[in-house]
Every structure is written in C-alpha cells, then in structure tokens.
Unconditional design. Structure first.
Length: 234
C-alpha cells in the first residue's frame, strides 16, 4: 500500500539536515504524499532551531501544490520524568516526542520507560519517535498499552532501519514492539526521519519489515486518509 503522509522530516533549521522546507514539500509531492509534516528538532538539540523558529511557523502555507502542510516539532525528552523542551504550543499541529543521547543520557529500562510514558501525557504529543533505539531499552508492553489508552501513534522509523543507522538493534526491537501492537491493536505511523528532501515520504525499509512480519495494514495510519483527517483534525 501507499503511504500518503510523512510527519517526521527535518529541514535546514535542525542544524544537521540539508534541505529547505520548499525542497522538502516539493519532494513530498514527487514521492506521492498528500500530507507533509515539518518536524524540526526541539530547541535543546545542539545546533537546532531557536524558539522563534517555531513561533513563526504560521508563515508557512497550509497547502502547497496540493500537499497539505502540517507544522510540528520533534521535541526532545529531557529528563526521566518525561519533560520535553517545548513551552509554546500555539500554532503547532503536533509533537513527536523522542529520546536523543545528546539531550538525555540513556538510563535504566525503568527510567527510559518512565520518561517515555510521561511524555505521552503531554496533550500535543501525537507520536513517539523511533522507539527502536537499542541505547534506550524500553518496556514495550507498557508503552504499547499506554499508546492504546492515550491514542498515540508509535513510529516505525525508516532511517533507524538503514544499515548505517546509529540506533542499534532497531530491527529486533521493532519485531518485539510490532508483535505487541498487533496483539493490542495499536496503530503505528511510518516516518521517514528525512534529513534531506529525497528521503521525504520514503518508507522502503519499514514497509519491507512490516511485510515480513505480516503486520496488518489497518493498523498503519499512513494508508488511511479518513483516519489521518480524524486523528489530526484536518
Ligand atoms: Zn536529526
Ligand atoms: Zn529523532
């Protein structure tokens, strides 16, 4: 099936990404997306955007060349209580909450899990980014159950599944996570985690894995426009 939404993409402002917002949207169109989300790193990321960058997202049009544009942020989880580095939400359509080693040292499984579960209580967090990172062991059963309770999407991150990814054991971790998602009927979202325009909307690694695991298409929100509209209130 064809994924029509990609909400995990980075532009120049992230500090270690290489395309403009305009280029990303162009490639969203070229790669067949109907919905494009800009999710630059939160302000605690070294080299990342200043708070003003997020406060001014209103200048980006809601629609460009038939592509609906959503404005988000990949917020950093910054402590084991699950605090994130955002104190403005006005104008943001969604947050991805993620663990990054430059913003929080990996803790014990209990600490990492607590951080992630608490981040899910933030009202604008709609997605947990790359929950596959072997450097942050997580209690997947607890994460999946909370995602169900709070109606939050767990990401399958295409970049984590690249052979040169710096997040170890992503494949093995996704096998565990996805089998629980299947069991508890928890939805996932495919995210490219693009750091250059050409990757926007590319989910090849993730889709290959889902196919191998016989993961049900009905739990992949990227394939269902009606669910996308409802979930993001578009
Ligand atoms: Zn990045
Ligand atoms: Zn990330």
């Amino acid at each position: 099936m064809k994924g029509i939404i990609d909400l995990h993409t980075h532009a120049l402002a992230s500090g270690h990404a290489y395309s403009t917002v305009k280029e990303n949207i162009e490639y969203a169109k070229i790669n067949g997306l109907k919905y494009y989300g800009l999710s630059d790193h939160g302000i605690n990321m070294p080299g990342g955007p200043h708070l003003f960058y997020f406060q001014n997202l209103k200048v980006i049009p809601r629609e460009v060349n038939g592509v609906r544009v959503l404005k988000g942020m990949e917020a950093n989880i910054i402590d084991y209580d699950g605090s994130i580095d955002v104190d403005i939400e006005k104008g943001l359509d969604y947050l991805i909450a993620s663990l990054h080693t430059v913003c929080l040292d990996p803790g014990t499984k209990e600490e990492n899990t607590r951080a992630t579960l608490n981040a899910m209580d933030h009202e604008l967090v709609k997605i947990i980014g790359h929950p596959d990172d072997g450097r942050y062991p997580l209690d997947y059963e607890a994460i999946v159950k909370k995602a169900k309770e709070k109606n939050i999407l767990l990401e399958v991150n295409n970049s984590s599944l690249n052979s040169d990814s710096f997040r170890p054991n992503a494949r093995e971790n996704y096998k565990k996570l996805l089998s629980l998602c299947k069991e508890y009927k928890v939805r996932i979202i495919l995210g490219s985690d693009a750091h250059i325009c050409y990757q926007v909307g590319i989910f090849d690694n993730a889709q290959k894995l889902l196919e191998e695991l016989d993961f049900p298409n009905e739990l992949v929100i990227n394939y269902h426009e009606d669910e996308i509209i409802e979930f993001f209130q578009l």
